[in-house]
Ligand binder design. Structure first.
Ligand code: ATP
Ligand code: MG
Length: 205
């Protein structure tokens, strides 16, 4: 029988496409917080973002390819299976229910996403259901006091990790792909082959 999952990471994003910046922070969070598993959850429609470029099933498939050689990383269709928009609080409630009362939830976000948390739906409830793991990202500084001032329930619920700080972003990768510049070594080869095969992001060259 599989050991029960006691410490579960939840990592949401648009993953349009998933890249080594994502995978490196998740690995750091897994190690630092001693997580048993991490769900990687592509959003159906991210309420704070304008439309996606790649369809949900493509983004999920790229997540699957990226996680294929790591049993601790679990691609999850939790949000793609629900009608949009995707709210993290709903995802946390579903996880709590599915994994039972013994599970501890750790919500993983980059420093840029952490700064926006007060604009998410029910941030106080998010803080009550999960601990927040904030991982550094180049170009962003994380203001713990500022965040706790707007979301008091977060106090003592935040774990800050400096992280490997890779300056990789999906926006930059999409622009590179559309203009024929290199992206290799910024994302898994399998993901690159997939997005070329399916002609995502107006890939040139
Ligand atoms: P986009 O440019 O389309 O916004 P992105 O690279 O920011 O893409 P997202 O899918 O928006 O990727 O990010 C999902 C989560 O991963 C967010 O919490 C974000 O802060 C975090 N993240 C993404 N890239 C990095 C990185 N290089 N370092 C640290 N955190 C990151
Ligand atoms: Mg982003």
């Amino acid at each position: 029988m599989m050991a029960a999952v006691r410490r579960l990471g939840i990592y949401g994003g648009t993953f349009d496409p998933i890249h080594f910046g994502h995978l490196a922070i998740v690995e750091e969070a897994r190690w630092y917080c001693q997580l048993d598993q991490i769900l990687i959850v592509p959003a159906a429609a991210q309420p704070l973002k304008a439309g996606h470029l790649a369809a949900g099933h493509h983004r999920l498939e790229m997540v699957r390819l990226a996680c294929a050689n790591n049993p601790a990383l679990i691609p999850s269709a939790l949000e793609l299976d629900r009608p949009p928009p995707s709210y993290t609080i709903d995802t946390l409630r579903i996880c709590q229910e599915r994994y039972g009362s013994g599970v501890e939830l750790f919500l993983i976000v980059g420093a840029d996403a952490a700064a926006e948390l007060s604009r998410w739906r029910e941030p106080d409830q998010i803080a009550q259901l999960a601990r927040l793991v904030v991982v550094g990202r180049p170009g962003y500084t994380f203001d713990y006091e500022g965040l706790c001032a707007t979301i008091p329930a977060l106090r003592d619920r935040v774990i800050v990790i400096e992280g490997p700080k890779l300056a990789i972003s999906s926006t930059d990768l999409r622009q590179r792909l559309a203009t024929g510049r290199p992206v290799r070594y910024q994302l898994p080869d399998t993901v690159l082959a997939y997005l070329i095969r399916h002609q995502l992001y107006n890939t040139k060259g």
